[in-house]
Write a protein that binds this ligand. Structure first.
Ligand SMILES: *[C@@H]1O[C@H](CO)[C@@H](O)[C@H](O)[C@H]1NC(C)=O
Ligand SMILES: *[C@@H]1O[C@H](CO)[C@@H](O)[C@H](O)[C@H]1NC(C)=O
Ligand SMILES: *[C@@H]1O[C@H](CO)[C@@H](O)[C@H](O)[C@H]1NC(C)=O
Length: 301
């Protein structure tokens, strides 16, 4: 081998690596990796093109969240793993609207936070099932409306799901009359029955059609790891079911503004692990177990 040849074969792989080339020449394992990381980058670049600033739902300007000349793993709100796969995307409270289809090409994504934007759209166009490793999904307060699609029910690794308070978003934008986010078809059971790792579920202000004690029986039997349940203003009727006592980790429960009327006879057993309990405006009648206030874990106010 001539010295020049050695020099070329030494530099070639490095050259292809740095240029992030899509030339279909397989030089080394590292080169293949950098080519597929190009997909991660282009999904983010596409996302930036598809979003726009939208204060009060009016187009204001294209977004320039990121300096495209820099490494995408250093971009604001982007988290990568050691190999350069995007595993976290946090764009909360940026007044964004537009579409975010391209994030469904980020198959390694584990945490997604789009809370507090101005999307004013349904969730139907989005292929959530394309993100099988998602553990944290936060779409609260972003003006999403309409039925929660079945695609969400395929996110079986979810630990935290927050779809709450879409009404805050509309009110933030001075819109008084707005469509709600709702669970009808698929129904509540179909939506959550496979989400057995959930620790936190926030569905405040989501309209849930399941009536009677069914909603709480579904939660008790499907979500054994639940720590936090927040479902204020969901239109839930009661009474609260006694099977809540099987939720051994439940520590925070908020059911404000639902006409649940009655507490189950074993309510004291349920509440003994709670550190936070809120049952405002629940039309409660009958005897309230005042012993709740003596429970060791309840903060005294
Ligand atoms: C999803 O997670 C599993 C287990 O942690 C891992 O083996 C797999 O490669 C991940 N898939 C993606 C697309 O990140
Ligand atoms: C929000 O979306 C709804 C349903 O598509 C539409 O009727 C309404 O005009 C939108 N609101 C604004 C302020 O753009
Ligand atoms: C969702 O994101 C908002 C804004 O970052 C935050 O306030 C809220 O606590 C998050 N929800 C969960 C369950 O972490």
């Amino acid at each position: 081998m001539s010295p020049l040849h050695i020099l070329i074969s030494f530099f070639l792989p490095t050259f292809f690596l740095l240029s992030c080339s899509s030339i279909p020449i397989v030089l080394s394992k590292t080169t293949i990796q950098s080519q597929c990381l190009d997909d991660q980058r282009s999904a983010l670049v596409q996302l930036q093109q598809d979003l726009y600033f939208s204060p009060h739902f009016t187009f204001s300007s294209k977004v320039e969240l990121w300096d495209l000349k820099t490494d995408y793993c250093s971009w604001n709100g982007v988290t990568c793993d050691a190999l350069g796969h995007v595993i976290g995307l946090d764009l909360n409270y940026k007044t964004l609207s537009g579409t975010f289809q391209s994030i469904f090409d980020l198959h390694h994504l584990q945490r997604l936070n789009f809370a507090g934007n101005n999307f004013n759209t349904t969730l139907f166009p989005y292929r959530f099932e394309g993100l099988p490793n998602l553990t944290h999904l936060n779409l609260s307060d972003s003006c999403f409306h309409g039925q929660i699609p079945m695609a969400i029910s395929h996110l079986t690794r979810l630990v935290s799901l927050d779809l709450s308070n879409q009404d805050y978003c509309y009110r933030r934008n001075d819109v008084d009359y707005y469509p709600t986010l709702k669970v009808e078809k698929p129904n509540f059971n179909s939506l959550i029955k496979n989400l057995m790792f959930l620790k936190e579920l926030y569905l405040d202000s989501v309209s849930i059609s399941t009536q009677g004690t069914k909603w709480c029986e579904i939660i008790s039997s499907s979500l054994p790891n639940l720590h936090v349940l927040s479902m204020s203003s969901c239109g839930l009727t009661g009474p609260l079911c006694s099977s809540f006592s099987t939720l051994h980790f439940l520590s925070k429960l908020n059911l404000d503004n639902n006409p649940i009327s009655y507490l189950p006879p074993n309510f004291l057993g349920i509440s003994s692990r709670l550190v936070s309990l809120s049952l405002r405006n629940c039309n409660l009648c009958g005897h309230f177990p005042t012993e709740v206030f003596l429970l060791p874990k309840m903060p005294k106010h």
